[in-house]
Write a protein that binds this ligand. Structure first.
Ligand code: NAD
Length: 247
């Protein structure tokens, strides 16, 4: 009898990087739980396109929704092998404009970019440990940012939230091993709806990055797939910025 396919939950997967990750993991043989906060029509359409996939709507700023998302994801096929914490929010604020970075903005970004991934991991821990008993360690991939690694990015609250996610990745890798591996991908500029009008950044990547272009969502999905494919790598932050950090 053929074993059932492994299952991946990809948060924020109706657009941009998340949609590319969902498509890639589906191609790699996973059943996929597609998720977003509000775009249900796009979510159902993507799930139909992928075949072995379902769509679940949940607001990750709300803790009851976080718990329900993981329960629905695990309940669909009775297992969970991979959790990709991709959903995230950003705010563009000049770094020198300290008063524009209000406490409300700090809290909103921290809640969605750091607390939500942590809570999803906590809720998914039992199912991910179970994956190890079925033959492969469970796997978590957090989508951080180059702004969480270097003093750059759309705003100080955004960069600090991604730095927290990066550190959370290492802390969880240590506490969840060997049953669950935890890694992160830290993209530089990626061509998604979120960055459509970031013309200066696009120019910077074209001129200065050794790869002379921003990443496509598929480039980032490939980096995620590489980490998912491993059975050994844990606690790593895979910087995917076309080499800009070298310049
Ligand atoms: P996007 O806006 O297309 O996707 C973000 C996703 O997050 C959406 O599906 C949205 O529904 C979801 N989301 C946001 N708030 C949510 C909430 N409260 N509840 C549930 N879902 C919520 O953006 P993207 O560019 O594809 O970004 C994906 C990830 O990559 C984010 O974590 C972002 O910080 C990170 N990132 C993006 C870039 C880039 O250049 N685009 C660079 C570095 C890191």
């Amino acid at each position: 009898m053929t074993p059932p396919p492994p299952v991946a939950l990809v948060t924020g997967s109706t657009s941009g990087i998340g949609a590319a990750i969902a498509r890639r993991l589906s191609k790699d043989g996973f059943s996929v739980v597609v998720h977003s906060r509000s775009s249900a029509a796009a979510g159902h359409a993507l799930a139909d396109e992928l075949g072995s996939a379902v769509y679940v709507q949940a607001d990750l700023a709300n803790d009851a929704d976080r718990v329900k998302l993981v329960r629905d994801a695990v309940g669909t096929w009775g297992r969970l092998d991979v959790l990709v914490n991709n959903a995230g929010i950003s705010r563009v604020i000049p770094h020198a404009d300290l008063s524009a970075a209000t406490p409300e903005i700090w809290q909103e970004l921290y809640d969605v970019n750091v607390v939500a991934p942590f809570r999803l991991v906590a809720e998914a821990e039992t199912a991910l440990r179970q994956a190890a008993r079925q033959g492969r360690p469970g796997c978590i991939v957090n989508i951080s940012s180059h702004a969480g690694v270097r003093p750059k990015g759309a705003s100080i609250p955004y960069a600090a939230s991604k730095a927290a996610l990066t550190h959370l990745t290492r802390l969880l890798a240590l506490s969840l091993a060997p049953d669950i591996r935890v890694n992160a991908v830290a993209p530089g500029l990626v061509d998604t709806p979120l960055t459509a009008d970031w013309t200066e950044a696009r120019q910077l990547w074209k001129e200065r990055a050794p790869m002379h272009r921003a990443a496509t969502p598929e480039d980032i999905a490939q980096a995620v797939a590489m980490l998912v494919a491993s059975e050994y790598v844990t606690g790593e932050i895979l910087l995917s910025d076309g080499g800009l950090n070298l310049t």
